[in-house]
Design a protein around this ligand. Structure first.
Ligand code: ADP
Ligand code: MG
Length: 244
């Protein structure tokens, strides 16, 4: 179980200080597929970065089965992340000087997994294993980053807008690969696509201006807001894009 309590995070100093997370309370059970929705600038990426230990919180706690990662030393946090956390970013962050095979093997090495080649095959990149990221399409590069994250066999997989800019087929492929492993991990995802949230998730959190303004199933959220549809509920809960 992941439990966030009173999580706060600000960027900048003095007059330019921005409170990006304004006290987030959140519980995610093992094996859950949770989706965080919200307008651009509402703090989704910052929340994922903090929950995954990529960034430090300013206040509050983030507990994994009772272990507060906010209190870990840098070294202990790095170890924790290596052993437990996978992260798929919107930008693929592949290593440009390494082939597909090596990029994926890196993920596997972290967890000591031997079957990373099976994962390359599963995402349909067997024929491109010896190619470099610059020789691949955007969708293929995203599949490499998915394979790398899955090869690590993480307990918790974070995905920050992984489907932004992918075409319909690439999006469907991505979800096929991720959901094939759904039973093996906890998944926490941000997306702009409401239908992805509705169809994939057990629980949806809606962020607005650094706060979690709703949490529950799509049906719960529709009921809470008294809206006619999930899209109407989302629009009622969120402001326009924040252009801070
Ligand atoms: P989202 O993912 O929902 O679009 P983010 O978490 O990326 O939102 O950003 C929330 C707010 O925090 C935005 O106003 C953004 O400009 C600001 N922000 C995010 N990261 C940084 C940073 N490293 N330094 C300063 N401001 C940041
Ligand atoms: Mg973001």
């Amino acid at each position: 179980m992941i439990e966030a309590k009173g999580v706060t995070k600000s960027y900048g100093l003095g007059e330019s200080k921005t409170d990006v997370l304004k006290g987030i309370d959140l519980r995610i059970s093992d094996g859950d597929f949770a989706v965080i929705l919200g307008a651009s600038g509402s703090g989704k990426s910052t929340l994922l970065n903090c929950l995954s230990g990529l960034e430090r919180v300013d206040g509050g706690s983030i507990e994994y089965d009772g272990l507060n990662i906010a209190e870990l030393s840098d070294k202990a946090l790095t170890k924790f992340r290596k052993e437990n956390i996978g992260f798929i970013f919107q930008q693929y962050y592949l290593l440009p000087d390494m082939t597909v095979d090596k990029n994926v093997r890196m993920g596997a090495d972290l967890a000591g997994n031997a079957d990373y080649r099976e994962i390359i095959k599963a995402v349909g990149l067997e024929a491109k294993a010896a190619k470099y990221p610059s020789e691949l399409s955007g969708g293929e590069q995203q599949r490499v980053s998915v394979a790398r994250a899955l090869a690590k066999k993480p307990k918790v997989l974070f995905l920050d807008e992984p489907t932004l800019g992918l075409d319909v087929r690439a999006r469907r492929d991505l979800w096929r690969h991720i959901t094939a492993h759904r039973q093996e991990m906890t998944i926490i995802l941000t997306t702009h696509y409401l239908e992805e949230a509705e169809s994939l998730s057990d629980r949806i959190g809606v962020m607005n201006g650094g706060r979690l303004v709703a949490l529950g199933s799509a049906d719960d959220i529709v009921r809470q807001t008294g809206a006619a549809s999930f899209e109407d509920a989302f629009l009622a809960l969120t402001d326009e894009e924040v252009t801070a």
